[in-house]
Design a protein around this ligand. Structure first.
Ligand code: G3I
Length: 333
């Protein structure tokens, strides 16, 4: 009998997964998701482009299906994501003549978008990734030069949080990013959250996406970030966990015919160590969400190289638990 992670971790934190709209009406996907997880994140369905493709036109139906599935199965829903530089349609930044809009127009559009989407899911979404990936990857780790920042200015972030809070005062609000273990980025996120809190803006957690690989970051670097962010009095969400078998710059499709046992063992050991760390921080970690649930459905099969075979999750392509699953599920409680 395969244990249920949400049961195993019920005294620690929520256990979640990112899911597609298709998965909620497919077997064995829907059964596996309902058994293993108690919190889910729509992988794409609530992003700006799919949910608000044209001015005044909202497409809530796909995300609604996910929310209904969650409610039927007694799971919470995380809203992902309101303001991001990616997957945002061009019309948002342009007027009818194709010229760039000004600050006032864009702030108005931002407000309308956030209030429509958060309002639609008021009381149904537990927490929102309000702003996603706003910080640069390289020194000096300033704010990313997105259209939001270019047109509105640095305060676009606080406006996004304010609008989200007005739309659903009971929802938790998060800042979400990747490479949160890099010292410079860790510092920049810390400073951003500190300044938001200083202005009295509601922010409940930092989302550490945790798209890691089998080599790095180290457990110690992850721990440093959990400590640093939680020292601000916010929680930490492990929001998009997966473990790539390749290093960032590797080009080969080395495991297309299968993975050697020693690599799966390495992955399992590392997943085990990382979850041991998470358990030590159960008082500050709100949830651990995997970015997907089985290897065949992971975005890492298409990124950074399209069609490359990857194995980053706990269930294999046949939906069977991998060694990594057992190392996460079995520990002395
Ligand atoms: O919706 C179209 C569909 O109509 C079309 O038939 C299909 C053909 O390729 O493409 C579909 O869009 C794709 C979409 O996923 C839905 O499958 C996009 O091309 C593809 O780029 C998109 O990728 C998503 C990616 O975000 C976009 O940047 C991944 O699924 C999703 O896992 C990934 O998730 C992000 C988080 O939101 C933020 N953090 C990083 C994480 C991984 O990149």
């Amino acid at each position: 009998e395969v244990p249920s992670l949400k049961e195993v971790y019920k005294d620690y934190f929520y256990i979640g997964a990112a899911i597609s709209v298709d998965s909620v009406s497919k077997s064995p996907d829907k059964e596996l998701i309902a058994k293993q997880f108690n919190i889910i994140t729509p992988e794409n369905a609530m992003k700006f482009e799919p949910i608000h493709p044209q001015d005044g036109i909202y497409n809530f139906e796909p995300a609604d299906k996910i929310v209904e599935f969650a409610q039927r199965n007694d799971m919470k829903v995380i809203g992902h994501t309101l303001i991001w530089h990616n997957q945002t349609p061009d019309w948002v930044f342009k007027d009818a003549d194709g010229n760039q809009v000004d600050r006032d127009v864009l702030l108005k559009r931002m407000e309308e978008h956030i209030k429509a989407v958060v309002g639609h899911y008021k009381g149904k979404v537990y927490g929102w990734d309000v702003v996603n990936e706003a910080i640069e990857d390289t020194a000096p780790y300033g704010l990313r030069d997105s259209m939001w920042k270019k047109i509105i200015g640095d305060d676009y972030i606080e406006w996004a949080f304010k609008f989200a809070h007005e739309a659903d005062p009971d929802a938790e609000l998060y800042y979400n990013d990747y490479n949160t273990e890099t010292p410079g980025k860790r510092e920049a996120i810390y400073n951003l959250v500190k300044s938001l809190k200083g202005k009295g803006i509601r922010i409940d957690a930092v989302g550490m996406q945790s798209h890691i690989n089998i080599y790095y970051p180290s457990v110690q670097e992850i721990e440093e970030s959990i400590k640093k962010f939680s020292s601000l009095g916010v929680k930490v969400n492990i929001s998009e966990l997966d473990m790539d078998l390749y290093k960032w710059d590797e080009k080969e499709d080395r495991y297309k015919d299968g993975v050697p046992d020693d690599i799966l063992k390495l992955q399992a050991d590392r997943y085990g160590e990382i979850f041991a760390l998470y358990r030590n921080y159960k008082d500050v970690i709100g949830r651990v969400t995997f970015w997907g649930y089985y290897d065949g459905g992971s975005w890492l099969n298409d990124f950074p190289i399209k069609g490359r075979t990857n194995y980053p999750l706990l269930f294999d392509r046949e939906f069977k638990p991998k060694p990594a699953f057992w190392n996460v599920a079995k520990f002395a409680q």
